[in-house]
Design a protein around this ligand. Structure first.
Ligand code: DON
Length: 578
């Protein structure tokens, strides 16, 4: 399927700007000039395509095209991933970011696995009760709005660590992002609506107006981000110091004053990404590699897939009441463990080995009774928040290197705080901590001591960048946004491919369901089969319709060696390759 974006003509203002600026910028237009087929003023969404050599799928057509171009220019999957992340920070500002964090999971063609955790960390001045009032009650919004909700951003450091595996200079990989920021790009309808709906929050939570707040946006407008371009140029010139020190760091710290944020220069200078040993398990002849804590995602998908492995899921059929109730009971059990046992492994002993063992999965399913709804003994039903704003992208290159990155500001446009002078949004990732035992975060997830706030600690995540090999050969790179629904989406997506033999695109687009232990209900997408919903209700399940969740993106190697890439029907997600 090919969805066409409306075509836009080159904006004359943009043209003049390009001509003016290109005279004093050493890399100016070097990327866009070299790649005339990548036109920030006219591009289209490509939902699915098979490529001979290499492919990228991301949340924005321009970012995917940049990734593919880097590989055609001699780079590998890591080059593509870095260039895609920086480009998304410009063309997909709600989630693509330099003010947030993420996880980079890779499998090199030689089999080496790499996991880089560039999750935000709690500032040194953070403390476990920082979002509570004097009576010890959580203050609504305090962990979500403004810079007090921000963890120390990790994305720039994460990309610089990833660069150790890349082939092209970092300056070249950042260049497309700079050009999109400086010379502008045409925004989609979804972006225009998103920016308009948050305008008052941007103005409230930031010390100055910004590129995002200049006007009421409509599809086809060109968004220029000169301050962000200048920040990206500082990173291009000075690497880590271009963000974590000097003018950018000063601007971040200055922005803290407006909403009582606590990130200091020292916090920024001390931020370090961490290498995490990827988590591995097998499921029906497939070797699955995913992210370890502080992501809960890898453990959750391992637990859930092991719990359902003894059953003939294929025979039950996709999205039938038999398969959904089995898969939901695995979700219920795994997510209960999430709330109790998972947190930053440098601050909390996560019993990973036990949680993902076959024996533990079998023990957990001992009380499973087909046809009867389980019970989470709900103490409090949290309102599940729906936000679009995390983003996942996948790359597989010509050599078979696979990269999966999920990166986020947490909520839509993060804390809605734009750093004055630096032009980028800060995350509100602190809300992913458990601000108080039993108090649900914006995704309705609860937690306790394992995920309490401590200085330097990383908040528990659901982001689940995942890779699959078969017979030790690269096969799939996949992932999605969606808060706590993420591990369930990846679990369902993999079952769709492995058990139901769906194509990548079918697996990504299939209607989804979600249970997270508490609240004790199954959320289903609006196009979920009505017969299944009714049969599940009869079994005693509470069902809520949730619109759509997630935007899953993936790349898969077909039997003939082609890389088929698929972007979710739920967004502007788009594939590129060669
Ligand atoms: O790390 C996490 O689990 C969340 N901050 C992810 C947020 C997210 O996926 C929002 N997008 N839908």
């Amino acid at each position: 399927m090919k969805l066409k974006m409306p075509k836009f003509n080159l904006n004359p203002v943009a043209l003049i700007l390009i001509l003016l600026i290109s005279s004093n910028h050493s890399f100016a237009q070097s990327f866009l000039k070299k790649h005339p087929s990548i036109n920030p003023y006219s591009y289209e969404v490509v939902k699915e395509k098979a490529f001979d050599h290499a492919a990228v799928t991301s949340a924005h057509p321009l970012a995917s095209m940049v990734g593919a171009a880097m590989m055609q220019d001699g780079g590998n999957a890591f080059d593509a991933a870095i260039a895609t992340q920086f480009s998304l920070a410009v063309v997909f500002p709600g989630a693509g970011n330099i003010g947030g964090g993420g996880f980079m999971l890779a499998r090199k063609a030689n089999g080496e696995l790499i996991g880089i955790d560039y999750r935000e960390a709690a500032p040194k001045m953070a403390n476990r009760d920082m979002y509570l009032d004097e009576k010890g009650n959580a203050i609504p919004g305090k962990s979500r709005d403004g810079s007090l909700a921000s963890g120390i951003p990790g994305s720039v450091a994460g990309m610089i660590s990833t660069h150790a595996y890349a082939k092209l200079p970092l300056a070249v990989l950042i260049e497309p992002a700079i050009e999109f920021a400086e010379f502008g790009y045409v925004i989609t309808d979804k972006e225009a609506k998103g920016l308009n709906s948050e305008k008052s929050n941007f103005l409230k939570n930031s010390s100055s107006p910004s590129a995002f707040t200049q006007k009421e946006w409509k599809a086809g407008d060109t968004l220029f981000q000169p301050e962000l371009a200048a920040t990206l140029k500082r990173i291009q010139k000075s690497g880590l110091a271009g963000f974590y020190e000097g003018p950018t760091a000063e601007m971040i710290v200055k922005e803290m004053e407006h909403t009582a944020g606590i990130i200091t220069k020292e916090d920024l200078k001390n931020y370090k990404p961490k290498f995490r040993k990827p988590l591995e398990f097998d499921y029906r002849g497939h070797h699955i590699i995913s992210f370890a804590p502080p992501s809960s995602g890898g453990i959750l998908i391992a637990q859930m897939m092991k719990m359902i492995a003894p059953f003939n899921v294929e025979k039950m059929g996709s999205n039938t009441d038999a398969s959904v109730s089995l898969m939901v009971e695995a979700q219920r059990r795994a997510y209960a463990d999430r709330a109790e046992h998972m947190g930053d492994p440098d601050y909390w002993k996560v019993p990973t080995k036990t949680l993902i063992s076959d024996q533990y999965a079998a023990d957990r399913m001992k009380d499973y009774q087909p046809g009867i709804a389980g019970n989470s003994k709900t103490t409090q039903a949290g309102q599940v928040h729906e936000s679009e704003q995390t983003t996942h992208f996948s790359v597989i290159d010509a050599d078979g290197n696979m990269v999966a990155i999920t990166t986020t500001l947490n909520d839509t446009y993060g804390s809605k705080t734009i750093v004055a002078g630096a032009g980028f949004l800060l995350n509100n990732e602190m809300d992913d901590f458990s601000v108080k035992p039993g108090v649900p975060n914006m995704y309705g997830a609860i937690g306790g001591e394992a995920n309490s706030i401590q200085p330097g600690k990383r908040m528990l995540s659901s982001m689940t960048p995942t890779l699959v090999t078969v017979n030790n050969k690269p096969y799939i790179s996949i992932g999605t946004p969606g808060g706590t629904t993420i591990p369930n989406q990846v679990y369902e997506g993999l079952v769709n491919i492995i058990d139901y033999k769906m194509t990548l695109k079918e697996a990504i687009d299939a209607p989804r369901f979600h249970h997270q232990w508490i609240p004790d209900m199954i959320g289903v997408e609006s196009d979920f089969p009505e017969t299944t919903v009714n049969a599940l209700k009869e079994k005693g399940y509470t069902i809520t319709k949730r619109g759509r969740f997630g935007r899953m993106d993936g790349v898969q190697i077909l039997k003939d060696g082609k890389r088929t890439a698929a972007g979710d029907k739920r967004g502007d997600d788009s594939v590129a390759g060669y």
